[in-house]
Design a protein around this ligand. Sequence first.
Ligand SMILES: Cc1ncc(COP(=O)(O)O)c(C=O)c1O
Length: 489
Amino acid sequence: MIIPRRSGMPKFVTPPEEVNWEELIELDKKYFLRPISTAKEYSPLPIARTEGPYLITSENVKILDFMSVLHCANAGAYHPKIAQAIKEYADHFGYLYEGGFLEQMRPKVCKFLIEEAFKGDMARVGFGNSGSEAVEYALMIARVYTGKPYVVTRWYDYHGWTAGAVANTIIPYLRDLAITPTKPGEVPEIKTPVGGIVPYTAIAPPPHCYRCPIGHTYPDCKDRKGMLACINVLKELILAHQPYVAAVITEVVQGSCGVFAPPPEYNPQLRQITKELGVLWIDDEVICGFGRTGPWFGYQNWDIKPDIVTFAKGVTGSHIPVGGVAISPELAKWFDERKWWHASTFASHPLGMAAAYAALTVYKEEKLIPDHAKKIGKRLEEGLKGIKDRHKSVGNVSGMGLIWGIELVKNKETKEPIFPQDRFYFWHEEAVKIPSKVVAVKCIERRLLVSTFAANNITLMPTLVVTEDEVDRAIDILDKAIEEVDKMV
Ligand SMILES: Cc1ncc(COP(=O)(O)O)c(C=O)c1O
C-alpha cells in the first residue's frame, strides 16, 4: 500500500480564532498532573502564540517576557529561523538513535560548539534531553574519571530534579518537597540534609556577599593571600572529605534561587583551589550558557577553563529539549581510550540537533552573542542601578549580563528581609504578602513578565532579542511596581 506522505494529512491544530480556551482550561484542570500549585491555586495563562520577546495571550495581550519563559528562551520563545529548521528536518526524520546512526546535524552542532562557542577549551560534546540529565551525565563522568564518589555543591544551588542533580540542589523546600508535600499555609518541615537519599554530597557556602552566610563582609573577608573566606571554607571542606572528592559543581552566577553574582575573585579562586587539590570543576552552564552573561559561556568572563561543562535550555533556544555536556581535552583523551556506558533513547534527536544548529547560527549571524547580549546587559545594569538608588525597599541589585536579581528589604541599613523566610519559602495562595509576587503582579498588569522564585528577590533574565527600548520600558514598569513594596516597608 502506498501511504501518501504530505498530502491529505490530518490537521491537528485548530485555527486560533476557533480555539475554545474555557473548555481547554477545564480539561487541563481536570486531567493534567500539576506540579507547584494546588488544584485550587492552578490558573495557567492561556498563550495563543509567541513572537520574539513577547508572549501573546488568548485575548491578544502582548506580554514582554523578561524571564525567557523559564530562563531558557534565549532567542525568544519563537524564532522563525529555528522553527523553520525544525520543520524542514522533520520532513526527513522523526527519530534516529545516536549510538548507531548518523545524520548530518550532530557533527555540525559539535563542531560549532567546540570550535566557536568553547573556542577549543573543550574537546568533546555529548547530549541528553534536559539540564538535569546534563548534570547526571557530568556527575557520572566526574565519578568515572576520578573513581571518587563525593561532589561538593553550595547552599542555594539549583542543578535539577533527577536523583543526582537534586542531591546537589541545596534549596531546602525543593529538596524537601520530594518527601514532604505541603498544604496551603504549611511551611515544609526541613530535614537536613534529607538523610539517606543524598549520600556523597558536601555543601559549601555560596558567595552571597550581601548576606554572607559565614558572617563576613566583602572585601574584608580576604586573607593575607587575598583568598576569599568562602573559598577558604570550600577548600577546608574538600580537604575534610579527601581523598574521596571527585568534583565541585557550581554555576558562575547562581540563578534559580534568587540571582546573586559572586565577587570578581570568586570563580578564578574556585578554579585555582580545585586545581591545587586535584578536584574537577563542573561548571553548570544550563542557565549561564548561550549569552546569558554576555559571552557564549559564563566561564569566559574570566581567564579560566572548566573540566566539564553542562548545558541545556539556550542550546536550542528551548525550541526543542536538548541538554548536554562538554569535556576538556585532558578528559577527552582519557575517555577516548576506554569503553564506557551512557544511554538515552532521545539523546542527539535529529530534530533537537536541527534546532541546536539553527539556534547557534542565529546567535552568531544576528550577533546576539556576544555583541547584542553585552550591549543589552549594560543597559539593564544601568537601569537596575537607578532602581536601587530610587527605592527604599531595594537593598541590592546583583548579576551580570542578562541575569539579575533585585533584593527587596525592610530596611536598607539593617538589610532585614521583608518576608522573614526569604529564600526558604515555598509560596502558596497567600502570595499577596510576598514582596516579589507583589511586584510580579503589578508588572503583569502592565504587560511585563518577571520571575519570582525567592520571596524577596525579583529575577530578571530577558531574552537576547530584546531592544534597548524594551529594556527601558521594563525598567520603567519595574520602577512603578516596586513602589508598591516601598509602601509595605
Ligand atoms: C543551573 C541549572 N542546572 C540544571 C537545571 C535543570 O534543568 P532542567 O530543568 O532542564 O532539567 C536548571 C534548571 O533550571 C538549572 O538552572
